[in-house]
Design a protein around this ligand. Structure first.
Ligand code: SF4
Length: 336
C-alpha cells in the first residue's frame, strides 16, 4: 500500500473537505482513494431540482462501477478531477461519514426527513468493501428511526441485510436496484465495473426473501442498443422473476460530462450509430418525448403481462414510500 499525507494544496482541491491522505493499494489496482474528512454529510437538494427527494447522503465521489453513461461524471470536474477515467479511478472517500451523520441526525434542527442514498454515485461500489462506511450510516439511521432509501447496482448491499431489516422494523426503508438491461454483451462494455445484471437481480430476490421488498429502476434503456422488443421483454421478464415490487424505465440521457465520454465510447464500439445519436440528442440531454413515451408504454405493458407488483412479491410491506424513482446521478444521471 502506498499512501502519503497531502497538504493544503490538496485540501483546496476538494473544496471545504480536508484531505487526510491518498491511498493506492494492490487489492484495488488502478484505483486511487482520496480520504477526506467532510465538514457535513446531509445534503439539501436544490429547490429547483426535479429529484423526488430533498435530502441525500453520499459517502463517496467518483465510482469504480465505471458506467460509460454515468451522469455523475460531471461532478468530478467540480473537484478539478477528470470526468472520464478519473471518475472511474479517483475515488473520494468521506471517512468520517458515519460519525458526521450521527451528529447531524441528533441536531435539534433536524426534523427526521427522508434521506436518499445512491443518488449521486453508488454507495455500494467496490470502495465500500474496503471502507465499510454504510454499516455505520445504517446504524445511525436505525437508531434515530430515520426513513431512508437506497439505490444501487452493488451486490455488497447484502452484507448489510441485518441492518436493513433492523431499520425496516422501526422506519420506512426503500431499496431500488438499477438494472437497465440483461444483455451480457452490452453490460460488459457499457457497465464494465458493475456486478452482472443477473447478480443484481439476485439481490432483489434475496432482499425480498428477507422481507425487504425492492423495486427495479430499469435504467438506462439505451437507444438502438438495448431497446429492441426482445431486449425489453427479456429484462422485464427477469425483473419479474426476481420478485421486484416495481419496474421504472428510464431512457438514457446524456448531460455534459457524460455525453462526451459516452459518444467517444460509441464511436469506438458502434461507429455506425454516431449519426443516429447526434440526431436523437440534437436538442439536449434527453431523448425526444415520443421515444421516452414509447419505451415507458412498452415496459408498463410488459410489467402488466408479467404481473410485477407488490402482490406478486408477496411480502409484508414496510416501505410505504416509493424507492427513489428516476433521478439520481444513478437514476437520472448515473442511472446506477
Ligand atoms: S451509473 Fe451509478 S453505478 Fe454506474 S458509475 Fe455512475 S454512480 Fe456508479
Amino acid at each position: 500500500m502506498h499512501w502519503e499525507n497531502l497538504g493544503e494544496q490538496s485540501a483546496a482541491l476538494f473544496g471545504t473537505d480536508v484531505v487526510s491522505r491518498t491511498v493506492d493499494t494492490p487489492e484495488f489496482r488502478g484505483i486511487t482513494f482520496h480520504e477526506v474528512r467532510a465538514r457535513s454529510i446531509i445534503n439539501q437538494v436544490p429547490g429547483a431540482s426535479r429529484m423526488p427527494f430533498e435530502r441525500t447522503v453520499n459517502p463517496y465521489r467518483g465510482c469504480s462501477h465505471a458506467c460509460v453513461y454515468c451522469f455523475a461524471r460531471k461532478t468530478h470536474s467540480y473537484l478539478d478531477l477528470d470526468t472520464g477515467l478519473g471518475f472511474d479511478s479517483q475515488i473520494v472517500v468521506k471517512v468520517n461519514a458515519p460519525e458526521l451523520l450521527r451528529r447531524e441526525l441528533a441536531a435539534p434542527r433536524w426534523r427526521g426527513e427522508h434521506i436518499a442514498m445512491g443518488t449521486n454515485v453508488d454507495c455500494y461500489q467496490r470502495a465500500e468493501g474496503r471502507y465499510q462506511l454504510m454499516p455505520g450510516i445504517l446504524t445511525a439511521l436505525r437508531d434515530r428511526a430515520n426513513p431512508f432509501s437506497i439505490l444501487t447496482k452493488g451486490t455488497l448491499i447484502l452484507r448489510d441485510l441485518d441492518l436493513l431489516r433492523q431499520a425496516a422494523a422501526v422506519t420506512d426503508v426503500g431499496v431500488s436496484v438499477s438494472v437497465g438491461f440483461v444483455d451480457r454483451e452490452l453490460w460488459r462494455t457499457v457497465e464494465p465495473g458493475t456486478p452482472a445484471p443477473e447478480r443484481r437481480l439476485d439481490v432483489v430476490r434475496t432482499l425480498a426473501h428477507h422481507g425487504i421488498p425492492a423495486g427495479v429502476l430499469m435504467a438506462p434503456v439505451i437507444p438502438f442498443l438495448g431497446d429492441s422488443p426482445g431486449q425489453l421483454r427479456a429484462t422485464v421478464r427477469a425483473v419479474a422473476a426476481a420478485g421486484a415490487t416495481s419496474v421504472t424505465p428510464l431512457v438514457l440521457h446524456l448531460r455534459p460530462g457524460a455525453r462526451e465520454w459516452f459518444m467517444a465510447w460509441l464511436a469506438r464500439h458502434h461507429p455506425h450509430l454516431v449519426r443516429r445519436y447526434e440526431r436523437m440528442y440534437a436538442d439536449g440531454a434527453y431523448a425526444p418525448k415520443w421515444y421516452q413515451r414509447r419505451i415507458t408504454r412498452q415496459v408498463h405493458e410488459l410489467a402488466d403481462e408479467y404481473g410485477i407488483g407488490p402482490a406478486r412479491a408477496g411480502e409484508a410491506r414496510r416501505i410505504d414510500r416509493p424507492a427513489p424513482g428516476p433521478a439520481p446521478e444513478h437514476t437520472q444521471l448515473a442511472l446506477l
